[in-house]
Design a protein around this ligand. Structure first.
Ligand code: SF4
Ligand code: SF4
Length: 201
């Protein structure tokens, strides 16, 4: 994992954020304040590549070992370990690693999928449909009229193109984070060994 690959994934995150912000501003589509319902879903997925910036950050801040311990004790599908649920309001909560979240977390509710005819359609969030149905309908119509919004398939291809070996296969988010943490830890160990003149082969 070289710094060029890392810069490319971070640049992709910036591009997604810019495009989703423009789409939100143009349509009024947003999330209810405090909502974190989608983070409770144990089926959130990411590639290992997308979790590498977060893994680097957790090693840098000294939190990696604690995360690895908690990740190793998970024995069934679970919500993302980075999620902090609101103890008072069910369905509310926050992402504790917001700047480092992977593509699905950046795109969800503000991106399109291709329909059977190959045309983009908003992949709307059920909570938005319940709470702001007019904005959801307005956003759908805007897309049908040609407004651009990020597309899940196109972003997945962009991730895979950055590094096919780590950016193609998707895993449950906790599994992807564990692999990324282990990979960053191993690379740091090997680099340290080389600097000390150890045999690391
Ligand atoms: S995408 Fe949907 S579930 Fe997730 S925070 Fe927004 S409204 Fe809530
Ligand atoms: S990384 Fe953040 S936004 Fe994504 S599922 Fe985890 S807590 Fe939610």
């Amino acid at each position: 994992m070289n710094s060029e690959v890392m810069a490319q994934i971070v640049a992709l995150y910036d591009r997604i954020d810019t495009e989703t912000a423009a789409f939100q501003a143009a349509t009024g589509l947003n999330c209810p304040p405090g909502c974190g319902k989608c983070c409770e879903n144990p089926e959130v997925e990411a590639t290992v590549l997308e979790m590498m910036p977060l893994a680097l950050e957790l090693w840098r801040t000294g939190e990696a070992a604690g995360y690895l311990e908690r990740l190793s004790s998970l024995n069934s599908p679970a919500s993302c370990l980075c999620y902090r649920s609101d103890p008072v309001v069910p369905g509310n909560g926050r992402c504790s690693v917001y700047p480092w979240r992977p593509t699905l977390c950046r795109l969800f509710a503000f991106a399109t999928v291709k329909n059977k005819l190959g045309n983009p359609e908003l992949a709307a969030c059920i909570r938005q449909k319940q709470t702001i149905p007019d904005q959801v309908e307005g956003a759908k119509m805007a897309i049908a009229s040609g407004m651009s919004a990020p597309n899940f398939g196109e972003i997945a291809d962009a991730v895979a193109n950055i590094d096919p070996s780590l950016g193609s296969d998707r895993f449950p988010i906790n599994h992807a984070l564990k692999q990324a943490l282990q990979r960053v830890g191993l690379l740091a160990h090997l680099t340290l060994g080389e600097q000390n003149g150890d045999c690391v082969a």
